[in-house]
Design a protein around this ligand. Sequence first.
Ligand SMILES: *Cc1c(COP(=O)(O)O)cnc(C)c1O
Length: 218
Amino acid sequence: MRIAENLKNLRLTLPEEITLVAVSKTKPIEDIEEAYASGQRIFGENKVQELVTKWETLPKDIEWHMIGHLQRNKVKYIAPFVSLIHGVDSFRLLREINKQGAKNNRKINCLLQLHIAEESTKFGLSAQELEEIIDAQIKEPLPFVTLTGLMGMATFTQDEDQIRREFQSLKYIYENTKQKLPSVQNLSMGMSGDYPLAIEEGSTMIRVGSKIFGERNY
Ligand SMILES: *Cc1c(COP(=O)(O)O)cnc(C)c1O
């Protein structure tokens, strides 16, 4: 009951137009079933094997989002069913997703991940690399991918001003990208610790795990 309660309370605080991705990584099937029973249909995972197992086990009307770092050699396992890949951080990865999309005869929705945080450990494209991919996609679109938006993660810090600045810079790049490529319509930013700030700064999609499912034990 705790998960259903958490979800209900969270939804009450969210503007209607915000898409909520319930991040269920490391959590058991029963937890996802509880969230599903309370109406949640979009779930996010960051490991390919776990994502595949959960997709096989759970109801087929769930939209599965891949939110973690994705290796090229693993795209083939999720290509048949994944509904959105959040962390595309290279043109090579995007081309592999296109190739696997072709094999499965489906267009795969992707978000390009921007590096906005101070930490060098967080994955993502620079603004320059992003521009190159967008320009290429305008000139000669890969037929089996749709670039539906951008994703980013702020620095893990207590400094709200810094988080806000990072979200603002992502939002600015998002608006520019949207002008150039109209399929770009989603900005995935905000997690349990910073989603209220992210929404204030223009997020359209938040990825929330621990606030729904409780802390994770790795
Ligand atoms: C785990 C994860 C989240 C959710 O984190 P919480 O702090 O538990 O809400 C969001 N985005 C990505 C990319 C993640 O890996």
